[in-house]
Design a protein around this ligand. Structure first.
Ligand code: ATP
Ligand code: MG
Length: 339
């Protein structure tokens, strides 16, 4: 009995300890989530602050604010912040890119525009000039101010950039998806060059994919230049996509550099990482292969990632490569659908 009482006492004691521990645990959890939501609030406030800072220069008669509503942030880079927006006139969903000007912001003249335009605006206009090419993002409107410029761009919906798309598909994509994305990206790159625009930053983050139709759009001409036939001696873009001739000799040609960046892009989508020096060496010796990839696919990679630019597959010939010569399976709506 005593024992039992004692046991009961112990039980009650351990029950009390347990309850106390539970309460302590619960308090910790609550404070953790509070701290977490506080961080969340702070983050939101930060973004709000950022937005206020980004739009600080506006006046009440600001053209953009009187024609568009500005919503959540879609993305952020070095000098630009991209927001979701709506055109007041017809409620069209748009993307509004705000870019802060620096001493490096160049302005250039383009035909039909009496004043020089910020280079990114000018290149986006030039790339869309002529028959409509759905693979290139369209500039719907813009505003140029002394300290910043704003670009209103079409916003495919629902869409995500290829970084997010790849994450959702387990970090890398199968050959069929890569072929479908590459076909559209190479076409966009070709059209840009035909329109004398060197994009120079074709990469996963700068390609949007429509999650319903799988249509791809090339965005962000912020690192681009007018395409010329002479050599370039400075590079602006992303180092992982930089052509080896620039690293080795400090110069490159626009189309050849574009073909290299397309090779890096294709490799990254198929493998989930950038090629190492060893991968490049195997590709050079035509020894690079992966069990899940077709020989044609590996051959195309090898032709794009040729160290010597003169031996690289030329941009205009990429879509004629055998790897692209497969019958496309399409849905009733004429779309290739990826889950
Ligand atoms: P910069 O290179 O000039 O610093 P950035 O890389 O910050 O620019 P973008 O690449 O144009 O700017 O946009 C950043 C991100 O915002 C993109 O990766 C994409 O996720 C999103 N985004 C940009 N434009 C659009 C658009 N038109 N529609 C939907 N999302 C977009
Ligand atoms: Mg970008």
């Amino acid at each position: 009995m005593e024992r039992g009482e004692g046991d009961g006492g112990e039980e009650r004691k351990s029950g009390r300890v347990l309850k106390r521990r539970k309460r302590k645990w619960w308090r910790r959890m609550v404070s953790f989530f509070r701290a977490d939501s506080k961080q969340g609030e702070e983050k939101q406030r930060d973004e709000g602050e950022e937005r206020k800072v980004a739009w600080a220069g506006r006046s009440s008669d600001d053209y953009i604010f009187s024609h568009y509503t500005i919503g959540d942030q879609l993305g952020k880079g070095g000098f630009g912040v991209v927001y979701e927006g709506r055109r007041l006139e017809d409620d069209l969903k748009v993307a509004v890119k705000y870019v802060t000007k620096t001493e490096h912001t160049e302005c250039i003249f383009i035909p039909d525009h009496p004043k020089p335009l910020p280079k990114e605006v000018a290149l986006t206009i030039l790339a869309s000039k002529g028959p409509r090419v759905p693979e290139i993002i369209r500039l719907l409107d813009w505003q140029d101010r002394p300290d910043h410029f704003v670009m209103v761009l079409e916003c495919p919906s629902p869409c995500e950039d290829l970084i997010r798309f790849m994450k959702r598909h387990g970090g890398r994509l199968d050959e069929e998806k890569v072929r479908h994305i590459m076909r559209q990206t190479v076409h966009a790159a070709n059209v840009c060059c035909d329109r004398r625009v060197l994009h120079r930053d074709i990469k996963l983050e700068n390609l949007l994919i429509n999650m319903e139709t799988s249509e791809v759009k090339l965005i962000d001409f912020g690192c681009g230049d007018i395409l010329r036939s002479s050599v370039y001696r400075s590079y602006s873009g992303t180092s992982a996509y930089c052509p080896p001739e620039y690293r080795a000799k400090g110069k490159y040609h626009g189309r050849q550099a574009t073909a290299w960046s397309l090779g890096i892009l294709m490799f990254a989508m198929l493998c989930g990482h950038f090629p190492s020096d060893y991968d490049l060496m195997l590709l050079k010796q035509k020894l690079w292969c992966k069990p899940n990839l077709s020989p044609e696919c590996c051959r195309l990679l090898g032709s794009l990632l040729k160290e010597k630019p003169s031996q690289r597959l030329s941009l205009g010939m990429i879509l004629s490569h055998n790897w692209f010569k497969v019958v496309k399976l399409r849905s009733a709506k004429n779309h290739l659908i990826f889950s």
